[in-house]
Every structure is written in C-alpha cells, then in structure tokens.
Design a protein around this ligand. Structure first.
Ligand SMILES: [Fe+2]
Length: 524
C-alpha cells in the first residue's frame, strides 16, 4: 500500500527487500522537511500478515524525537534493532505508533541517509520464521537503505524535472512579460525552496528589479559593479555563497547586507540562439540575473540548487527575449499597417479618425463577447485594413456625391476581393485577411462576396461589419450629413438579424451609450 493507488517502483523495491530480510512487513518513512515530521511513503506486508490500513498510512506523523523508534533513528542517524516488546516499551514508554502491538515480536530500523537528499527511515517488523532479527539482517538492511537513498534521490530529481518542464511551458505560453516575471519568481521559490527570489534585468546600464517576492524592492535600480548581482552580470558566472563568511572573503564584490547563504545566477543567451540577433547588448549576452536567498530549512543552498537554477535562468532568458522580439515585431507590423490604412483613407476622403473609431468600437465589442487576445489582434489589423482594396477603385466612384450606377456599385464591391489579393502575401495577416474578405457579408446571407449566412461569417467580420456600418452612418460626408446617434441606433436595431448578428446588436448598443459623452447624451 502507498499514498497512491498504483504499485510504484519504491513499493516494488520494498517488497523485494522484505523477501531478502525475511520480514513480515516493511515501511519506508520520509521526512517532511517543512513540518519536521516523518510520514509513511510506502508500506508492504507479506501475504497472510495484516497490512497497514489506508488511514494509518495517510495519517501517521512521527516527530523526530525519542518518543518513537523511527523518529529516534532519523534523529540519531543510527540503526536500531529491538527484539522484544518489553525492551521496546522500556525505551519508548509513550509509544503509540506501533501498528499491531499484539503481534509485535521484533523490529529493525535503519536510517536512509543521502547527502543533499531527503531523509528517510526503512523499517522491518517481525521475521517470518519467528526468529529474532540478527546482525546479518541489520547489515543487509543498511545496504538496502543505501539503495533506497539513491531511489529517493532519483525520484526527487524526476519531480524537479517535471516542475521545471511545467514552468518552462507556462512561460512559453504567454506573451506577457509581467506574467513571465511573476512565474519566474514564484516557481523559483518552489524549485529551491527558499523565501526570497528576485529577477533583475539590465536597462540603461542599471540592473532593475522587475519582480520580487519582496514587493518593496520591485522597480529599484542597482548600479552595475555594486554587489553580487552586478558581479554576476559582468562576469556571466553563477555565484553560490554557502556561508556568510565566504561572501566577506570574496573581494570581487561588496558583501550584501543580508547574511547567510544565497545564489545569484546570470540570465544568459547563447549567441547561437536564433534570438541572439535581438540582444540589445552586443558585447554581453547576459540580460539580467536571478537572486535567491533565505532557504526555507535555514540550511545553505547546495550545488544541486545552483545547477537547477542556472539552467532555469538561461531558459527564462530566452523566453523573455523571445517575447521582447515578438512585441517589437508586432509594433513594427502595426505601424506599417497604420501607415497603409492612413494612405487608403486619404484617398477615400473619409477621415482617419473614422478608421480609429472603427478599430476602437470593434475591439470593445470583441472584448465584451470574450474573443481571445489573438482574435482581437487579428481584428485590430482587419479593422485598419478592411477597405485596403479601395486603393484600386477610381476616385470618381469612391467620392461620387450621388447614387452609384449598377455598374459602379459592382466595381465598388470588388474592393473586398482586391483587398484580399493585396494582403494575401503577408503571412501574419492570414487571419485578418479572412475578416477583410467577409466584412460585407450580411447575417441573412444577402451580403457579398460569398453570401455567407449567420455563424458561417467569421465572428471578427460580424463585429467589424457592425462597427464600420454604425460609424459610417454617423460620419459626415461631403455629399451628406451623418445621421444622429439615436437614429443610427434605430437603424441597427431594425437591421438586427438581417444585416447584423442579432446577438451582437444589443451589446453594441450598450457600448455606444457608454461612449457618448455626457453633454451629447443630454442633446439626444
Ligand atoms: Fe468595405
């Protein structure tokens, strides 16, 4: 039986050990370092002997003192061999943790000691042949304990790796730098079990605290060269100080105000990385440092902690640079698209503010109906570029004061497909192009170019159609005055289910109301 339901590797190993020792039952208890108590990791009994119940397994907690054999063994780090119940009661008068006192004959306990590994105790009860445990059994148990030490260490390593992978996946899944900093700090704390973690990035030749478990230092700036962080950034070397004296001996940097053990690791990006071209500091690919201090168990940080954190810091650095690169590229795209949109708008003689309003209203509606960040971004591009095809339409048609002839209208409708043609080579506009293609579709199916109906029309296009039509209604043109907001709203209501998605119209009307300045509202 174990805390889990599947028979795991440790349980298999314990069953084998039970046979080797020829005992009726065996238990492996592990130290919960935070609570300073032992708990049952796994327990195995031979067929015919009564196994520990699930309740005992899950509820047993043993303090590291001389009130129980297992606590004492871990406390003293020495094996214990007891061969009669009277002896047991004499040494441990207040003993309550013995599972089957009536059946108790003898017990053998050995500490599982692993350097830098978890503390544990391996115990065996009652020899199957009713004999006492011998010195030979004791020696065998000591050897088996070494095996369990290694197995536990591996198990912890696996857990570390799994946590590590989860964190990296989490960091890679977001394009929000603020979130990345938060994840680095909180997972860093868990990974090496310490109280204080902070991330510092280089900005204008200073190290700036971007996030920290100590909120008061966020945003603070440290001059390069001062303190351990600056030294680590400059040299690109990780630093592990195990004792306060070590940091005082070290002359390369000023000792920090906080005594005790700490770790500072550089966040470095290898020049081979595809993102290295985007590193702002050409001579140094270290973008910042991670600081760790105050280990939870008050012990010094270990070389293993340093290993885990060094790898973590480098992967985190790549993730940060990737997001910075992504955001810069996005900004560059957006300004190109805005310039293009402004050029088309100039030709169409409508104002650029009209376009900006369509963008804002579309994004507000998208937000209200719960579109994802990516969908909103595509809609943003589409709202700016929806009429890009008008660039090829004659100005005499575009700005014609009167009603268009059937032929002119057919020509005008072509702006949709011509727009799609213009955008088709830009891969980053693929999803936006689909919205552009369908921004003149109607909910009833009467629109163009494909006559799509209802939900066949992409949600972005349904939103854009509503925002664009509304804003066109209220905008003054050379040849006609814009409608009042109130009559535009009536028109939207009238066309709900025909031109527009009826589920979007009421939400959009609320957005219009919220956008009308107070003084204008009183005029309506
Ligand atoms: Fe259009």
């Amino acid at each position: 039986m174990t805390n889990g339901h599947k028979r795991d590797d440790l349980q298999e190993a314990l069953a084998t050990a039970l046979n080797d020792i020829n005992a009726e039952s065996g238990t492996l208890m592990l130290l919960d370092e935070k609570k300073g108590e032992l708990f049952i990791k796994t327990s195995v009994s031979k067929p015919g002997s009564q196994p520990l119940s699930e309740t005992i397994i899950s509820q047993t907690r043993v303090k590291l003192d001389n009130t129980s054999p297992s606590g004492l063994v871990v406390k003293l780090n020495k094996p214990l061999l007891i061969n009669d119940i009277e002896g047991l009661k004499k040494v441990f008068p207040s003993l309550t943790t013995i599972a089957n006192p009536k059946r108790y004959k003898s017990s053998l306990l050995v500490p599982v000691d692993t350097p830098n590994g978890p503390k544990a105790v391996l115990s065996f009860s009652n020899r199957s042949d009713n004999k006492h445990f011998s010195e030979h059994d004791l020696n065998l148990a000591v050897m088996l304990a070494k095996y369990f030490g290694a197995a536990l260490k591996l198990e912890r390593k696996n857990l570390e790796l799994r946590t590590f992978n989860n964190v990296i996946q989490k960091i890679n899944a977001t394009n929000d730098l603020h979130n990345i900093f938060k994840t680095i700090v909180s997972s860093g704390k868990d990974m090496v079990e310490c109280k204080n973690v902070s991330i510092m990035l280089i900005e204008n030749n200073n190290l700036i605290v971007k996030d920290s478990s100590r909120k008061s230092i966020i945003g603070q700036s440290r001059k390069l060269g001062a303190g351990a962080s600056g030294w680590v950034w400059k040299t690109g070397e990780p630093l592990l100080i195990k004792r306060a004296e070590d940091s005082r001996k070290e002359r390369s940097f000023k000792p920090l105000g906080k005594p005790g053990s700490f770790i500072v690791v550089p966040m470095s990006i290898s020049y081979e990385s595809p993102f290295a071209v985007n590193v702002s500091l050409k001579s140094n690919a270290t973008i910042g440092v991670l600081n760790f201090s105050n280990k939870n168990n008050m012990k010094p940080f270990t070389d293993e902690d340093l290993d885990v954190i060094s790898n973590f810091a480098n992967l985190a650095a790549v993730a940060i640079e990737k997001v910075k690169f992504f955001l810069e590229t996005k900004r560059a795209y957006l300004s190109t698209v805005e310039a293009l949109a402004a050029a088309i708008d100039a030709k169409d003689k409508s104002s650029y503010t009209h376009l900006k309003r369509v963008v804002r209203l579309s994004l507000e509606l998208a937000d209200k109906v719960g579109l994802s960040e990516k969908e909103k971004e595509d809609l943003h591009f589409a709202a700016l570029l929806h009429d890009v095809g008008k660039i090829g339409i004659e100005e005499s048609i575009l700005n014609k004061p009167g009603k268009l002839t059937a032929e002119e209208y057919a020509r005008m409708k072509k702006h949709v497909e011509e727009g799609v043609q213009i955008l088709s080579n830009a891969q980053f506009l693929e999803a936006a192009t689909l919205i552009v293609r369908h921004h003149h579709e109607q909910f009833s199916g009467a629109g163009y170019p494909d006559g799509l109906k209802g939900n066949e029309i992409p949600i972005g296009a349904r939103i854009l159609s509503l925002a664009d039509s509304y804003d066109a209604m209220i905008t003054n043109r050379i040849y006609r005055a814009g409608k009042s907001i109130e009559s535009a709203k009536e028109e939207l209501k009238r066309c709900a289910g025909k031109q527009f998605d009826p589920s979007l119209v009421p939400i959009f009307l609320k957005i219009i109301d919220a956008n009308i300045p107070a003084e204008k509202k009183s005029q309506i």
